[in-house]
Design a protein around this ligand. Structure first.
Ligand code: 5GP
Length: 202
């Protein structure tokens, strides 16, 4: 018997460079998957239905809330985002580790509902770099950028919930640190013991 995979709940202000970092870790480790959330936000250029998000209309999202299909959900910048129960139970049930990229309100719900999850916060190197990165992302309007900066301040206040904090200044270093967090979890006793059943010294 092998142990269930671990959910890694990853948050951090928009502009901390989370997506690039997570994509790199996931693409190089077949044992880690990305939890595909549902959202009512329209797709950005290059995003794919079912890969980046399940893009749904608000009535469908509300129906899923009513039917209890979400493990957590939250509103962020006037759109709804949620993690379905299925998005988590499928991969972890197969022993795969899973990265859930959620904002802090969703993380707060997962803290209560998701046993054994490991919480990781990704920080930008400085407030100036954060602002620069948000402005560099040309797809967003000034008003959206301002709101995201405000939200970043809010997210910072929730940092106590997280066990690990990774400062994303040099991408390669941040990536190595996240890998180490995942690697450490994989050798925790409760994760290893089920595969050592033969060592039953009774
Ligand atoms: P974006 O629109 O830039 O893809 O995501 C905006 C924010 O929503 C990010 O902070 C991201 O982590 C968060 N987010 C993405 N998926 C989920 C989800 O399923 N639940 C929650 N609570 N937040 C999410």
């Amino acid at each position: 018997m092998s142990a269930a995979g671990t959910p890694f709940v990853v948050s951090g202000p928009s502009g901390a460079g989370k997506s690039t970092l997570l994509r790199r870790v996931i693409s190089e480790d077949p044992g880690v998957r990305f939890s595909v959330s549902h959202t009512t936000r329209p797709p950005r250029v290059g995003e794919e239905q079912g890969r980046d998000y399940h893009f749904v209309g608000e009535p469908e999202f509300r129906r899923m809330i009513d039917d209890g299909e979400f493990l957590e959900w939250a509103e962020y910048q006037e759109h709804l985002y949620g993690t379905s129960r299925e998005a988590v139970s499928g991969p972890t049930g197969q022993g795969l580790d899973l990265i859930l990229e959620v904002e802090v309100e969703g993380a707060r719900q997962l803290k209560r509902r998701l046993d054994g999850a490991v919480f990781v916060f990704i920080m930008p190197p400085s407030p100036e770099v954060l602002e620069e990165r948000l402005r560099g992302r040309k797809s967003d309007a000034e008003e959206v950028i301002r709101k995201r900066l405000e939200r970043a301040r809010e997210e910072w206040k929730a940092i106590d919930m997280y066990r690990y904090v990774i400062v994303n200044d040099v991408l390669e270093r941040a990536e190595a640190q996240l890998r180490q967090v995942i690697a450490a979890r994989r050798v925790e006793r409760e994760r290893v013991l089920p595969s050592l059943a033969a060592f039953d010294f009774g």
